[in-house]
Design a protein around this ligand. Structure first.
Ligand code: C5P
Length: 228
């Protein structure tokens, strides 16, 4: 089934410490956001991309879209102070779609076959997310770094984007979160509060989010492997 995707790219990327929005960092000479947008440009099920940006960076984004001749960006929307606000603004521009995906601009290594599995699951179940089983042992600790407990690892998943929803469900979840002043770190957490079930589709460990400088090392290695 066809879908539209909201891509939040309006963050300041403080943790990357690059002196600019991490979307503009180049990997093999191409900006991160272009790597991400190209995945959806190439997916025939994607009918429109709503790109959420910082209004001070509008010119830079517009010239990149021109330079790389991207055709599917149907709206450039200004973001908010938190990721959730940025996604909310983007969601207002979704039209003519039953299924909407939300995908971080800073997650460029997404594979199209996983998008399709996710979209099928969302179509059938209403809400679906990509996630991978947690590999590390997880402990909860106090603020003075004394371990309180070891968390049982079975059943723990590290959650990624994209996350896919029936448009009406995601809109309802966002409105409810606004009413209750709830701020979540992903869309699914808002949907869980409706409450509605969210289905996991097993993802790919390479679908990393570029957050800190270390992630750029992995990113270059992934691209190197894919292009040789
Ligand atoms: O900061 P973090 O990497 O978790 O952000 C995930 C995505 O959300 C990034 O692509 C970032 O640009 C975007 N974002 C946004 N608006 C914000 C904060 C983050 O669009 N206020």
């Amino acid at each position: 089934m066809n879908y539209q995707v909201v891509i939040p790219a309006a963050g300041s990327g403080k943790r990357m410490n690059a002196g600019k929005n991490k979307q503009f960092i180049k990997l093999q000479s191409i900006p991160v956001i272009i790597h991400t947008l190209k995945v959806f440009e190439q997916d025939h099920l994607c009918t429109g991309i709503i790109l959420v940006i910082n209004k001070d960076e509008q010119q830079e984004f517009e010239s990149l879209l021109n330079e790389y001749q991207l055709q599917k960006v149907i709206a450039l929307v200004h973001g908010g102070s938190e990721r959730q606000h940025s996604v909310y603004n983007g969601l207002q521009e979704v039209t003519n779609a039953t299924i909407v995906l939300v995908h971080d601009g800073a997650r460029p290594f997404l594979k199209i076959d996983l998008i399709h599995k996710l979209v099928n699951a969302a179509e059938a179940q209403g809400a679906a997310i990509l996630a991978v089983p947690v590999k590390d042992t997880i402990k909860r600790a106090s603020s003075d770094l004394i371990v309180n407990e070891t968390v049982e690892r079975s059943g723990l998943w590290a959650v990624q984007t994209p996350q896919a929803f029936h448009v009406s469900i995601l809109k309802e979840a966002h409105e409810l979160a606004r009413q209750n002043d709830y701020l979540g770190t992903d869309e699914a957490s808002l949907v869980e509060r409706i409450p509605k079930n969210v289905t996991i589709v097993e993802g790919d460990y390479l679908n990393i989010k570029l957050t800190t400088q270390d992630d750029l090392l992995f990113a270059e290695a992934i691209l190197q492997k894919w292009t040789t």
